[in-house]
Structure formats: C-alpha cells, structure tokens
Ligand binder design. Sequence first.
Ligand code: GLA
Length: 331
Amino acid sequence: MTQEIPSLAKVYGDFFAMGAAVNRRTIDTHSELLKTHFNSVTAENEMKFESLHRTRGDYDFSSADAIVDFAVANGMKVRGHTLVWHNQTPKWVFEDADGHLVPGPEVERIQKEHMETVMGRYKDVVYAWDVVNEAISDSDDEFLRNSPWLRALGEGFIGDAFLRAHAIAPDAKLFYNDYNETQPTKRDKIYRLVKQLRSEGVPVHGIGMQGHWGLGGPSVSEIREAVELYSSLGVELQVTELDISVFEFEDRRTDLKSPTTEMMERLAQRYEEIFALFREYKSSITGVTFWGIADDSTWKDGFPVRGRKDWPLLFDVNHEPKAAFHRVVNF
Ligand code: GLA
C-alpha cells in the first residue's frame, strides 16, 4: 500500500521557493525527487570560480549549463552561487606563475571580466546571485576575514562587487551569504556590514543565511533573533544551504551504519520547529534551499569528522521521505 506523498514545493507554494543544491550527477540520479519536490536549484560547485574559470580567459560552462538546462526544462528557478569567495577560487587570480602578487587593479580587472562573462551568460535564468560569500571573520576581534580579495582590493571590495554585479545584471537579486549567521557576534557583524553598504547606496537586496545547522543548535530563538535583525534592514532573507547534522558537536562516532531512531526523531523535531519559524516569517523569507536532496549524497559525509556518514536531509538514502519530511509538510 503506497501512501500519497505531498510535494514539498507545492505545500510551500504560498510561503517561499523550495530549493536544492544539485550537481551534474544528481540532476540525473535525483531527478524524480527534484521534479516532484523542488522549484529552485543552486549549483553545488559548478558555478564557482574554480569550476568555471580554471585558467585565465578559459571558461568551461559544460556542467553549469547542464544544471541550468535541467532547471529551465523543469520550470525551476536558479540561484547563482557564487561570485566572490576566498575558497574555490584559483590561485592565478591573486598570484602569478612566479609567486608574485597580482597587483590590485589587475585583480579587479579579472574579477570584472569573470563576473561579466558568468552573469552575462546566465542573465535570463539566474534570478539571484550570492555575490559575496563568507567575507566576515569568525574571530571576535576581527571584522572582515583576511582573505586574498581583501588583501588585493582593500575593504571596499564588497561594495564594489555588488555595484559591479548590479551594473551587469540590473534585474538580479543580489545576496550577501554567510555561515554561523545566527551566532550573535557574527550575526551582528553581518548586520553591520549590510547596513553600512545599504546606507552607502550599495545594492544589496538580500542576506543568505547558509543554515548548516545541527541537532544541538542554533536554537529556534537564536534563529528568530537573526531573522528579526536581518529583516529589520528591509532586505530579503533566504536560507541558502540548509542541512541539519544528526550528530551533536561532541559526538565523534564514525561506526554508525544507519541513523539511530533517536536521531531521526530529534531531526524530525528540529525540522518541524525550524520550518514553523520559517513559515512565520514568510514575508521576509523568499526561499529555502537545502544543501543536497537525499542522504545518499551529502557533503556532510566525512565533514567535519572524517570517515563518518551523516543523514541531514529530508529524504533518506533510498530517496524515501523521512519522519522529518512529514513534519515539514504537515502543519
Ligand atoms: C560553504 C559554501 C558552499 C559549500 C559548502 C560546503 O557553505 O558556500 O558552496 O561549499 O560550504 O559544501
């Protein structure tokens, strides 16, 4: 006897877009789940600088195009991820073959060319871009992360990147995206950054809360405080990379072959309370994207504990809905 499984995206049709991070393989292996439950996609890696633009001027769009084609064929939205980030950006952007630093104006030219080429190509499809990813420092005594972009271009690099993005794709929604976004010190820095940029007239339209969370935290009240604070800036919010690890921070076990019943129940409770909060803030939250589709393919396998399997999503390793799924759709 098969029970009718409601579509996640349809259930949330009056709330926000329901997205998933995909890659070239999962648009095939997970296409049924994607078509049934999601109406938005983000490329997990395929639109990052190092994936598209490995050597200067030499672009490879094949994987990103395949994802965009899949989305278009199925009437899905596409979030662009990401343009300016300290990770997954090739070394040649900042250093020449002899190990000398590339001068600032040249780094700026490279960034501009890159953004023009990439944003230009996907102008008709990508409705929102994570323009700058993870520029805020995690240490309490530092504001911006000491990244190669900051070293090459100085503190104005964030505002400049948004202005540039807006000039290239004036219709795109432009996001600042970061993790640990509910942690009070970092949250306040993200708030300060976006507030400052907007007061200078820089077009930052949204804050991306990555949402790589766990069973133990952040608490619903911490998430609420972050959502309240960010939305007070008058920007859109999107949860851009949601997954909830089934391991407590102290739990370093690597021997589990399948999740325990307790883990699945706690995960279901977490998803239930978190989505209740998201629904409450539907006027600010315009999209929720999971960082993956089903537990058979998740970046949490092996991270942060090497050799450990995790089960952080709504669909299990066999693509069946978990208890967490049912809690998210039954309200
Ligand atoms: C960050 C990035 C994502 C992804 C995850 C880990 O959150 O924004 O693109 O790389 O890390 O998979």
